[in-house]
Design a protein around this ligand. Structure first.
Ligand SMILES: *Cc1c(COP(=O)(O)O)cnc(C)c1O
Length: 389
């Protein structure tokens, strides 16, 4: 039996949308389960109720493809989206003509007209940004609104708390132009981190000053920190795509991504033969190696390389865990399949790099990173299928 496992074909749904390379020409197939994505949105909505749930779709929908992700989330009832920059805002607007779209990076100097043309809102994170935006609004008469980001401890983007407090008289004005006040957690994935409570309390004080304006604090993990973090709107990203928002315990989210690659070649090695650049892996006994057409140029990080079969990444073949052998190359990697029967691994056998029992968080650990980076690294050369399960 050769294992030609193919992802489930959709039943009563339209044919899957595809993107990227052609199926028969690609080194690997990336499947995105839009049903699971929407189920994850529902799980987060339920947890956040009665508070509204937006979706963060920056970085090309966390690497999964901005357009199909936005379309699926619209179907799930999402009405507010956050993107990183104007380019992403343009793409989101093209598929979501009526949604609220916020641009987290704010407006680069001189881009006010583009925001107005797209009817999207900047997230203003400094007094300089606010002043530039105010000037554009005064000159153009554009009244589409903007978010104000206030830093409560991550020290990334945002007005200082003192700067925000000094702005409160402006909020008393009729046309203050602020549609959202937001802040961002630094340590939400560590539930008992003392920074969380500090940020929740600081933001609560700010909400009192900015009464009447929608307030948002929680990212994915923040939604699991209790009611104090929820405010009026939550902003999950990673959890929508299956990353565990509560790393210390069971993942409440459904997996969304599967990545599979067909074996290009199987080779037999004698004891002492070595594999890959730098000859870092040596066969301790007669071994079999399967080679697939995925490498670091596909965003499969070289940090996953394995010199000893214990550290480094692994893949699944018919549910069996198989370690990588040697360094990951640009377009290829080798897998030690010595433990599997010969008939189980042949040219064309599909290897699972992400999926089944191998989660994005598992892969991240073997690379020394987080699930977010596994997703946003997903390569542009894969054949991509978006399907309903
Ligand atoms: C990326 C981001 C989010 C989403 O964070 P996740 O941890 O992916 O849920 C929310 N808010 C801001 C400001 C962000 O930059």
């Amino acid at each position: 039996m050769t294992i030609q496992e193919k992802p489930p074909e959709p039943h009563d749904a339209p044919l899957p949308q595809t993107a990227g390379a052609r199926a028969e020409e690609a080194g690997a197939v990336l499947d995105v389960d839009l049903t699971a994505l929407r189920a994850n949105y529902d799980i987060l909505c339920r947890r956040a109720l009665p508070v509204d749930t937006a979706a963060v779709v920056k970085a090309d929908g966390y690497g999964l493809g901005l357009e199909p992700i936005v379309q699926a989330l619209l179907k799930a009832g999402c009405k507010v989206f956050f993107v990183a920059d104007l380019g992403e805002a343009r793409r989101a607007r093209a598929v979501a003509p009526d949604a609220d779209v916020y641009v987290l990076g704010g407006p680069p100097p001189g881009t006010g007209p583009a925001f107005a043309e797209l009817r999207v809102r900047p997230v203003l994170s400094s007094l300089i940004m606010l002043a530039e935006w105010d000037r554009f609004v005064a000159d153009s008469g554009w009244d589409g609104g903007a978010a104000l980001q206030i830093d409560t401890g991550i020290n990334r983007l945002g007005l200082t708390i003192d700067e925000a407090v000094a702005l409160t008289p402006r909020i008393q004005l009729q046309k203050h132009g602020i549609t959202l006040v937001m802040s961002h957690f630094a340590c939400a994935e560590t539930a008992n981190h003392p920074a969380n409570d500090k940020q929740i309390r600081a933001f609560r004080d700010l909400r009192v000053l900015f009464r009447g304006i929608t307030a948002s604090l929680a990212n994915s993990s923040g939604i699991f920190l209790g009611d104090g973090a929820l405010c009026d709107l939550v902003r999950p990203g990673a959890a929508l795509y299956g990353v565990n928002p509560t790393p210390a315990s069971h993942n409440p989210m459904r997996p969304v991504v599967t990545l599979r690659a067909p074996v290009l070649q199987v080779r037999d090695l004698a004891r002492g033969d070595q594999v890959g650049y730098g000859a870092t892996w040596t066969a301790a006994k007669a071994s079999r190696i399967a080679v697939i057409g995925v490498g670091y140029a596909d965003g499969y990080h070289r940090f996953g390389s394995s010199a000893d079969g214990k550290t480094g990444a692994h893949v699944l073949i018919d549910g069996t865990r198989c370690p990588l052998a040697g360094r990951i190359s640009m377009d290829l990697m080798a897998i030690d399949v010595t433990g599997l029967p010969e008939r189980a691994v042949q040219r064309g056998t599909y290897v699972t790099l992400i999926g089944d029992k191998l989660t994005v968080d598992d892969v991240a650990k073997t690379w020394g990173t987080i699930g977010y980076e596994v997703l946003t690294s997903l390569g542009g050369r894969y054949h991509r299928r978006y399907y309903e399960s």
